[in-house]
Design a protein around this ligand. Structure first.
Ligand SMILES: [Zn+2]
Length: 338
C-alpha cells in the first residue's frame, strides 16, 4: 500500500512529461475559459435577438438510400486509419451557429453563406474528410476506421438558416455536419415564454429531410435547459439551481434529456448519443448522469483539437474550434491542423 502511494507521484510526473513532450497543448486554461465565455455570451444574444432573414430559397431534395451511408468512407476512396492506443487520432470539431446574408449582422458566431462555403472548401482542399459522430464511436469501439484527416462540423441550436444555407452547400460539396437542436424551439419563430420573435428554427420535417440525405445528423442540445447564464429564475445551462435539492435536480436533468432524446428518435429515426452542453456549462455530475443515460459523446465550448484513442472516455468533454465571420478560412484550417 505504502509503495503504491509512492508510485503515484512518479507516475503522474511521467504522464506529465509524456503529455507535454508528445502532444502540443492547445490552449491555456485562461484561453479556454474566455472562449467558453464568449460562446456563452453570443449564444445568449442569439437566443434573445430578433433577426430579419430574407429570401427563403429551397434547393431540391437529394435523397440517398439509408444503406448507402454505411460504406460512404470506403466508397469515396478515403485513405483510412485503424484504432490504436499508441497513436491517438487528432479530431478537430468546428462550431457554427447562425448564418445570415447581411454582412452587417455577422460576428464571432454569425457568418454568411459565402464564408461557410469558403470554410468548407478550404477544409476540403486541406485534405480533411468530414465525418459524423457515429463514425467516431465506431472507430473507438474498433468497429470502423477513420479517414487520415477527420473533422466534424457542428451547428448549435437548430437555426432555420442551417437548413436554408448550410445544408445545400454541404450536399453540393459532399460533406457532413451535425446539428444539435433545442427541444422547445423546433420549428418555432417566437420564444415560448416571452412571445418575442426569435431566430427561426427548422421544423421536424426539414430535420428529417436533412437526416435522410445522409449529410446531416441531429443530436441533443436539451429540451429546455438552454438559458442564459445569469437570468433568474433559469438555471445556468444544465447546472443545478441554488435552491434546488440534488434529488430534484437529477430528476429534472434526466427528464429534460431523455424526453427530448426520445422525441428526436421518434421524429427522425436516428440514434441519439451526443450531448452538446448549452453555453458550455458542465461538471462531473452532468458527465456522470449522461453516461448513465447512455450518452457516448459530450461536447463543450472549450477550445482545442481532440486526441481520440480506443478508450471510450476520450469521447467525453470534447473541445471545439469556433469559426467566426472574421476568422479567415485559412486560419481556421491552421487551427484544425494543429
Ligand atoms: Zn446553444
Amino acid at each position: 500500500m505504502i509503495q503504491e502511494r509512492k508510485l503515484i507521484p512518479i507516475l503522474l510526473a511521467v504522464l506529465l512529461f509524456l503529455s507535454t513532450g508528445f502532444f502540443p497543448i492547445e490552449a491555456s486554461y485562461g484561453e479556454t475559459k474566455s472562449n467558453a465565455a464568449i460562446a456563452g455570451a453570443v449564444s445568449s444574444f442569439l437566443m434573445n435577438t430578433t433577426s430579419n432573414i430574407g429570401g427563403l430559397q429551397m434547393t431540391g431534395i437529394n435523397m440517398i438510400p439509408t444503406g448507402e451511408k454505411i460504406n460512404w468512407l470506403t466508397k469515396h476512396n478515403v485513405e483510412l486509419q485503424s484504432p490504436s492506443n499508441n497513436n491517438p487520432v487528432k479530431v478537430p470539431i468546428v462550431t457554427y451557429h447562425h448564418i445570415v446574408t447581411n454582412v452587417g449582422l455577422t460576428n464571432n458566431i454569425i457568418i454568411t453563406p459565402e464564408k461557410f462555403r469558403s470554410d468548407m472548401e478550404a477544409i476540403k482542399k486541406a485534405g480533411f474528410t468530414t465525418i459524423l459522430f457515429k463514425d467516431l464511436v465506431n472507430y473507438v469501439e474498433g468497429k470502423g476506421q477513420l479517414p487520415q484527416k477527420p473533422v466534424l462540423i457542428t451547428f448549435d441550436d437548430g437555426y432555420y438558416s442551417n437548413y436554408e444555407y448550410a445544408y445545400p452547400i454541404l450536399k453540393e460539396l459532399d460533406m457532413k455536419a451535425t446539428i444539435s437542436i433545442i427541444g422547445w424551439a423546433v420549428g418555432e419563430t417566437k420564444h415560448k415564454v416571452t412571445g418575442r420573435e426569435i431566430i427561426p428554427r427548422f421544423t421536424w420535417e426539414e430535420a428529417k429531410e436533412m437526416i435522410d440525405s445522409g449529410h446531416i445528423d441531429i443530436q441533443n442540445h436539451t429540451y429546455d435547459m438552454h438559458n442564459p447564464r445569469d437570468q433568474y429564475p433559469y438555471r445556468r445551462g444544465v447546472l443545478q439551481k441554488e435552491e434546488e435539492s440534488l434529488e430534484d435536480y437529477i430528476e429534472a436533468f434526466r427528464e429534460d434529456v431523455m424526453e427530448f432524446h426520445h422525441a428526436i428518435e421518434e421524429n427522425l429515426g436516428n440514434d441519439v448519443f451526443v450531448f452538446v452542453y448549452p453555453h458550455g456549462e458542465y461538471n462531473d455530475l452532468t458527465e456522470e448522469l449522461l453516461v448513465q443515460l447512455g450518452y457516448r459523446v459530450t461536447l463543450t465550448g472549450e477550445h482545442g483539437v481532440n486526441l481520440i484513442t480506443r478508450d471510450k472516455n476520450s469521447l467525453f468533454k470534447l473541445k471545439r474550434i469556433n469559426a467566426g465571420y472574421k476568422l479567415p478560412s485559412e486560419e481556421l484550417v491552421r487551427r484544425i491542423s494543429r
